[in-house]
Design a binder for this molecule. Structure first.
Ligand SMILES: [Zn+2]
Ligand SMILES: [Zn+2]
Length: 185
């Protein structure tokens, strides 16, 4: 199964291909990147945020309508929340194979720190691989350096390595088998 990344305009052009490659390396699945063509709904003017559940619902409908069999990960600059939280970095719905990641709080400028594109790329890759990891069937992990660790702060996110821990790697090998490429007989 492959992962399609829908890259929203405004989520910094130029980072989509390196981010796609990094996610491909971390999870070992084929990744394709394309420009996002879906209009986002679920904006709450009072919070100036988008409801991540509504975005996932929208992605799910798009996936069904266009008969996309792989997973979809939307990368958007819009700030996201789910009911009962102040914000979320991202959200995944394993049952339907759709996920979303926001770059809004991954940028240094959000915290009045100096912008850093390398750090931003690293964070998008880490957070993107985390949500895509959920799509592949992985749960949260207690190893703070593992991709599947749920970070609550940017510093926790930055503390993660660009990979899965040994336990999650073994789990992934058990639940996900990469497509076999036909060999010449
Ligand atoms: Zn998670
Ligand atoms: Zn782990």
């Amino acid at each position: 199964m492959r992962l399609k990344i829908f890259w929203d305009s405004g989520a910094l052009t130029g980072l989509e291909l390196p981010a796609g490659r990094a996610i491909e390396m971390i999870l070992g699945i084929p990744v394709e990147v394309e420009e996002n063509g879906i209009l986002l709904s679920g904006y709450y003017a009072g919070r100036r945020q988008y409801d991540a559940q509504k975005i996932l619902h929208h992605l799910q409908m798009f996936k069904r309508k266009h008969v996309i069999s792989g997973y979809i990960l939307l990368v958007t600059p819009r700030d996201l929340f789910v009911r009962g939280t102040d914000f979320v970095f991202g959200l995944a719905r394993e049952s339907t194979g759709v996920a979303v990641v926001s770059t809004a709080r991954l940028r240094n400028e959000f915290y009045q720190r100096e912008d850093n594109e390398d750090l931003l790329l690293s964070r998008i890759s880490t957070e993107g691989a985390h949500e895509a990891g959920h799509l592949l069937g992985l749960d949260h992990c207690s190893d703070s350096q593992c991709i599947m660790f749920p970070p609550e702060t940017l510093d926790q996110l930055d503390g993660k390595k660009k990979g899965l821990c040994l336990v999650c790697t073994a789990l992934l090998q058990g639940i996900y088998r990469p497509p076999v490429i036909d060999s010449i007989r």
